[in-house]
Design a protein around this ligand. Structure first.
Ligand SMILES: [Zn+2]
Length: 191
């Protein structure tokens, strides 16, 4: 598991196994596998034998045109709120509690009136910043934007992309999302 040291991870990424490590800071264990709860960097505490994930040092600044990663906090009638976590390319974290708003008209290239089919609480989203003041506004129009990690409504495990839907092999269940073409292909890079 040494190869994961200092790796940048998404929520739900594997950071170790129970045979080698105990779940430490910002992690949880499920069926012997230790996963990250947050966006951050993997660190191992050799003394306590713990696998930990350390959050990025936050910066508060987000600029128009930035590509950000965040997790879906809430869906309302016509908007999705997203907890902002990271600016792509810079490894700049975003201050805790900073949220962005995605309006239903900015979800996809096609007209949609069904937010429920596009995003689910906890999904990891890649989005572009279109406004920063007075509030952060986002868009996921474009094939590379949208959900990059989706978690099963039933069991919360990570889902695989199969064509235009996401599939949970544990539940044999399919779900729809506004899926990014980069789904499952993004590795966060260390500087
Ligand atoms: Zn499932």
């Amino acid at each position: 598991m040494e190869e994961l040291k200092d790796k940048l991870v998404f929520p739900g990424d594997k950071v170790g196994t129970h045979e080698e490590w105990m779940p430490g800071e910002e992690t949880y264990e499920e069926n012997g596998i230790i996963y990250s709860k947050i966006f951050g960097k993997v660190e191992y505490d050799e003394d306590k034998l713990e696998a930990n994930v350390v959050p990025f040092n936050p910066v508060s600044e987000v600029k128009i045109g930035d590509i950000i990663y965040g997790t879906v906090r809430e869906r309302r009638k016509s908007i999705v709120t997203i907890d902002l976590a990271l600016v792509e390319g810079s490894n700049r974290g975003i201050a805790m509690d900073m949220e962005g708003t995605l309006h239903i008209s900015k979800i996809s290239d096609d007209y949609t009136d069904q937010i429920m089919d596009k995003y689910l609480k906890g999904d990891v989203v890649r989005a572009k910043v279109t406004q920063v003041s007075p509030s952060v506004q986002l868009t996921t129009v474009g094939s590379n934007l949208g959900v990059v990690r989706g978690y099963c409504f039933n069991c919360r495990k990570g889902m695989e992309r199969t064509g235009d839907t996401l599939y949970c092999s544990y539940c044999d269940r399919r779900e729809t999302r506004k899926i990014s073409k980069l789904y499952g292909r993004i590795t966060l890079k260390s500087k």
